[in-house]
Design a protein around this ligand. Sequence first.
Ligand SMILES: [Zn+2]
Length: 637
Amino acid sequence: EIQWQILDQSRPDAEAALRRVHDDAHIQRVKEIRLGREKLGPDTYVIPSSFGALLEAQSLWLDAVDEVLERGRYNTSWALSRPPGHHASRGSADGFCIFNFCAAAAAYAIQVKGLERIAILDFDGHHGNGIAAYADEESRVTYASVHQAPLWPGTGDDANDRGPLSNRLSAPVSRGAQGKEYLKRWAECISFTQSKNPQLVIVSAGFDALSADPLVQCQLKPIDFMYITLQLRTAFPHTPIVLGLEGGYSNDAGLAFAQSLRPFLDSTIQHNSTSFKKNTNSINKDVVLTTTLQDKSLIRLGKLCLCLDATGNIHAVCGRLPPLGLPTAAFGVFDPQVRSITECGTGTRFYVETGELRGAWCSKRPFLSILFRPRRMAVAQVSVVENTVTIAHKDFQRLNAEFDRLSLKKSWKPYKKFLLTGVASRYRTDILAASAPVTITTSAREGIVKTTAIAGNLQVGYYLVRTPRRGDPPTIATDFIIADLLHNGNFEQIDKSHSDKCARVAVGVAVFVEPAARKRKLGLILFKQAMLACRRLGFKYMLFVERDTGSGRLVKWYENMGFSKIPPDALPGLDRAMIGQLPDPDLEPDFYDVPLPDDHDISITPYTPPSTFIWSFTSLIGNFFDFLGLWDDTASS
Ligand SMILES: [Zn+2]
């Protein structure tokens, strides 16, 4: 039996429910928008009517809790609400999420209904970092999530991390995971929460792990969601269950939702393992090319993206290309100099060799495709299932057309070759990044400091800093900000080595570490070595934009190194910047050291300016011209 209930107005206690899990400032910010729209995160906006809609969404979750706890007519209830909420944390919105409805529903059950043990299960394809943050402050909650990693928001990739209260579990699956793997990890989530004997189960139900979904690279079919809720119903036959919508961005989401209802409506549905077998006919239907890898050590499961650049070279970039079907393929421009694709409309860049994405990737905008014709870039997606590599017909045609356009004579044979090369190179990258000896060096050329990590002649990480010359325009960080944040308001203490008699600030502009290399502390080493080089080049301040995922952990990490957050209103357009002083390596040599285990194989060559004499000599000239007030004229002549 199924009963639908449509909410015609929000509940009077909806706002109070939100205040249990969000700061007043965050709620006020959304509530007080009067005109236009306000950006709360890179991809999250609100308009004046948002607050009312959000209260209604929260009301659905609260009603769902009341339905199973109080009214008792049903053991299961669904809140079909929009937008999603599991990425929103106490003080911030992110990833299309403004308020965390799931956390607020749990807080309501605890504080109003007096429950002591709540299980939150999350099968959205992304990790619910907002719920995880809530679980870190509420011991009566147990949180377990199955999701893809690596994937935005970058949290939840450590299956051993139970959080400070030992009450949460991350069960990550790899890119390209099929239903079977997803269900296996989901079962772990269920048994983790089951062991706590919950009085209420709340489920963050996202449908973006579907293979049709553009934002997640998992391969679930709608039927897999029936097995997900079947496991849930079987594990908690008598516990009240509330499910609420999170993500899901494909047309299959509705089908998957319908499948997920079945176990609750039909008690005869039972787990049937044979239906997990792959339907090989449907997989091969659209395949034009299949090749078998000789090297069994390359057996992997996943998807690979191939890019063809203007010179006819193929780059294999694993799953790190922005989702296919989005504008890259249609109107991205390839820049052979820095080997990146730039999306014409937004200016967002994707670096072909490193997989780094800078800027936000926008969704389809048909009107722009009229303005921008396809140029210089073709992208194809290739599946690697066990040791068979396949490429879909439409992707093959796209590559073929690009070859034709470039008048490159390519036959079948090179295709097979590049498929194998692509798989092998990706595999090699992972192995080297995870285990090969690493050398870290720093180079400085005019205006740029770059610290690079090389493993077996492959670049596995870098940190790039812009180091403006003395005559370049001063950075956006004014002396007011520097005095205020770093010198207790004392302007006299500022190091004013810029020719305009103000501070000279190095600006961290890009950082990348191969995912497989991240456990080796390469990010920290690269960061510290880049800072050391800047200090030795005479910079006493450094600024960068932090990419914290909402947990605040990364910001804390920087703060422990002496960096301070610049208030968002101080630097318009740069609302997540941090600034700090670079200590003198002669006085504080320990600052630049990174403790490593005894058996590490990372060799670091710290940067030394080419000639100390010439450096101090040019500084002297600079000071001399400063003194005469002539520096600018000299620099421009
Ligand atoms: Zn999601």
